[in-house]
Design a protein around this ligand. Sequence first.
Ligand code: FES
Ligand SMILES: [Fe+2]
Length: 341
Amino acid sequence: MYPRNAWYVAAWAHELGREPLARKILGDDVVLFRRLDGAPVALEDQCCHRQLPLSLGKVEGDCLRCGYHGYRFDASGACVEIPGQDAIPPTAGIRSYAVVERWKWIWIWPGDPALADPAKIPDLWWCDHPDWTFTKPAMVPLACDARLIIDNVLDATHLTYVHASSIGSGGLTEVTPIIESGERHVRVSRWVLDRPPPPMYAKAGNFEGNADRWAAVEFRTPSVAINFAGCVDVGYGGPNGDLGASPRRVELVAISLPTPSTDVSCYYFFGFCRAFAHDDPEVERMFSEVMVDVFREDFVILEAQQRRMSERPAARRVSTINDRASFLARGMIERLAAAER
Ligand code: FES
Ligand SMILES: [Fe+2]
């Protein structure tokens, strides 16, 4: 269902240390830890002796020792010690995965390690850029297909209903979206021109009257969704506007990285980057707490939807114009997965 020869987020960089961390990624049980020099390691989370999860073992130097009979494996997955005997059978060893730390995340390549090119890691430069502030990140395990998150993020019409009591849509969903797509991405953009900006933007950018506001979301294969939002002075927005020339500009980016665990579960990694109000504790709280609560409103929907879909997989599903972006995104995921089969 998802391509294996691709980078997925396995963990936040700060989650990973010298204790083994267990994750199930695209159906594979994986154990992660850091070597003495800090480099991340990902191995199959199963001992080749009697199948104990190695995440129950201990990190020793750059190795992982099984918590049952003490077989020791190095960072490449080779068995390098068997207590009580000198000879190590050539078949003793476990699988290792390509892993790279970048943009505050640990990325894993579940497919062929020989094809794992770090240049293919999605470019999420805002996370490390000095002009942007990255809010305390979150990861939530969800009992739903990761693609339901992609559908959710790509279809803003849910804002009016799911987030009625929190952020609402602020008139966004009344404008016709512009949809662009390529081989590996689809982008849905909306412009609300010459209207009062939401209070947070007005305050952050000192907008007294109206502003030009945008909200766009871009899906990139296989499992990245980025929301772009912000506002500029009237006259500088719109599809052909010049945002950089605007005297005032408030801009933020929300990054969603749902990593499939099984067909009906995933890890939802998300974070917010903003290019305004860097040291304002109230704005920080807005992203670290208020926005996380907004995301929680989606989690209830996504898990309830999955329960029903699992109970009734053959149920009829009607699709309309607002499903177009997610239809395109799902097609891209499916084509990449099919090409590997
Ligand atoms: S199960 Fe791991 S050493 Fe026996
Ligand atoms: Fe939502």
